[in-house]
Design a protein around this ligand. Structure first.
Ligand code: ATP
Ligand code: MG
Length: 140
């Protein structure tokens, strides 16, 4: 399969709630190829670095605490128009506004604990993939 890449994390809430398998299934059904994947936990420092763009936002501390609170599944996905089509598959940040059938509508519990991450641009997808994976850990 060709196409661009996006980066995702199954967040600590979805892992705790037992949704890893169901979310990976939705990713497969959505037509994405998993080209890298690991089960890991972010330190506070790493979580803060990953979400540094939100440093000035009032929810930043809460976000860093949450994202480092337990294991995550980090993955790189490949597919046509990967960034935008994956954002469509996950739904709006706030699950109350997420379209029916999306991953967040099904598995997110709040705007903060919203089950999955998806890159917001091709440039950030590359940066985020490299943040978590070396070249030899990606199988395009
Ligand atoms: P992500 O980057 O995780 O895919 P997103 O792009 O939909 O999410 P962003 O605006 O980038 O949303 O926010 C990053 C994350 O910060 C959100 O996914 C959520 O976990 C948290 N967040 C965003 N807004 C709020 C808020 N108002 N209150 C609490 N947490 C929030
Ligand atoms: Mg974002």
């Amino acid at each position: 399969m060709s196409g661009k890449i996006t980066f995702t994390m199954i967040k600590p809430d979805a892992v705790r709630n037992g949704h890893i398998g169901a979310i990976l299934n939705k990713i497969n059904e959505g037509g994405f190829k998993i080209v890298a994947m690991k089960y890991t936990q972010l330190s506070k420092e790493k979580a803060g670095e990953f979400y540094a763009v939100h440093k000035e936002r009032p929810f930043y501390g809460e976000l860093v605490d949450f994202m480092s609170s337990g294991p995550i599944v980090a993955a790189v996905l490949q597919g046509d128009n990967a960034v935008e089509s994956f954002r469509t598959l996950i739904g709006a940040t706030n699950p109350a506004e997420a379209a029916e059938g999306t991953i967040r509508a099904a598995y997110a519990t709040s705007i903060g604990e919203n089950a999955v991450h998806g890159s917001d641009s091709d440039e950030n997808a590359q940066i985020e993939a490299s943040f978590h994976f070396s070249g030899t850990e990606m199988f395009m």
